[in-house]
Design a protein around this ligand. Sequence first.
Ligand code: SF4
Ligand code: SF4
Length: 509
Amino acid sequence: MAERLHRFRGGLELPGMKEAATASPIRVMPPPKRIVLPLSQHIGEPAKPRVAPGERVLRGQMVAAAEGVISAAIHASTSGTVVAIEDHLVPHPSGLAAPCIIIDADGRDEAIEPVPLSDWENRDAGEIRERVRDAGIVGLGGAAFPSWIKLSGNRDQPLDTLILNGAECEPCISCDDMLMRERADEVISGARIMLRALHARHCLVAVEDNKPEAAEALQAALAKFADPRIELVIVPSRYPQGGERQLIETLTGREVPHDGLPLDIGIVCHNVATAAAVHRAVVHGEPLTSRIVTVTGGGVAEPCNVEARIGTRMSELIAFCGGYRGDVARLIMGGPMMGFTLRSDDAPVIKASNCLLAGTAEEFAPRRETLPCIRCGACADACPASLLPQMLYWHTRARDFERVQEYDLFDCIECGSCDLVCPSQIPLVSHFRYAKTEIWGKNEERAKADNARRRHEARQARLEREAREQEEKRRRKLEALEKMKSGDAKKAEIAAALERAQKRKEERS
Ligand code: SF4
Ligand code: SF4
């Protein structure tokens, strides 16, 4: 149990900027007229459509199935007709379009018959995982990793602790805070289901000390369930406390191995909203068709938290919150530290959409001119991943991607702390994202080249084998011909001898 808290290295104290959106309860948005469901809104393979244009669908109906080992199913978030399966703008840093299932709502919002797994306490872990998989649940903290895989544990390492992450540390985002305040029972019920699926001994629910209402609600829920395996732990609010590795270190003092997973040290970490989604899928038989999104920033008229259907376009979400106000300089999905700019509000809400931030020019002043690095080390002091951002930056600039990897580029969680403290205004995170993309691209090219080489070698081997076989065939044919010829010669010899004998016989008579 978390007897003593530890402190992760680096990090920053940031203003919360959450008051506006937490001033009112969660608002439930009715289904919009059109739903846009990207086939890839999770980590892993895109889901495979199970419906065709023209087909009528009901809320909760699986419209695309998980494909491959790591993937997640997608469900219709209202009833209506599939009008197209085609490319549509999706919320992604690239600003590109991707395949989506587009549904025109019929306004009836009819749902499939839910099939709860109400006796889950008597079901085995596999059945619970299957339910979570079929409900299309992914990590709702923003990572969107298929949750059923993270509920599978590790045969080589017995699982000790489940951590529920309620440390919503990024400024402006408050969807988890509001969920914990208003639906704490769902979170704790989800934790109990997850404990069963994981065969874990206990669960720590971590909440930052700037969320007293959430902590109070969770405490009341814990008293109601009276499950001694679950404990609420209040952690200091320090960015990025909600980072998985940072939270694990704070709670246990243990570090996740550099190239390993929390599972390697007997820990699994899930977001509180994921736990609530697991509760709904198991206890009520409801697949994931909606999520809470924080809609905030100076550019939105009524900042609040909205439970919106997955697939609702951002423009409609903003309209539901009173529309735009003033000059909106940037529309961001996520928070100001780790979010990314949306090219248009035509992109839909996806499972990973925790926040929509409409920032004014005042809130997002244009970046000042970038100056040379003065080697002050402030970035390294702020880095929660114990990296040397200035070294990463220099080697990225020099395009020395080998060296960048030696400096553990892939341990960078892109938290933006180094960016924020850099006196030279260097956009460090953009450089690190660029370096990662380059390395992934090169690795992909190398993998493609290796595959091509393997294919070429296999083809060569096949051609050589075929040539050998042909040669052998030709040789056998020649041999047969020879034999045949020699057989014919013998026959001719016998015929000639018979002819000679006949002749002699005729001469004598
Ligand atoms: S904070 Fe900026 S100026 Fe200072 S060492 Fe890091 S990159 Fe250089
Ligand atoms: S963005 Fe990366 S390098 Fe910069 S502080 Fe965060 S983890 Fe460290």
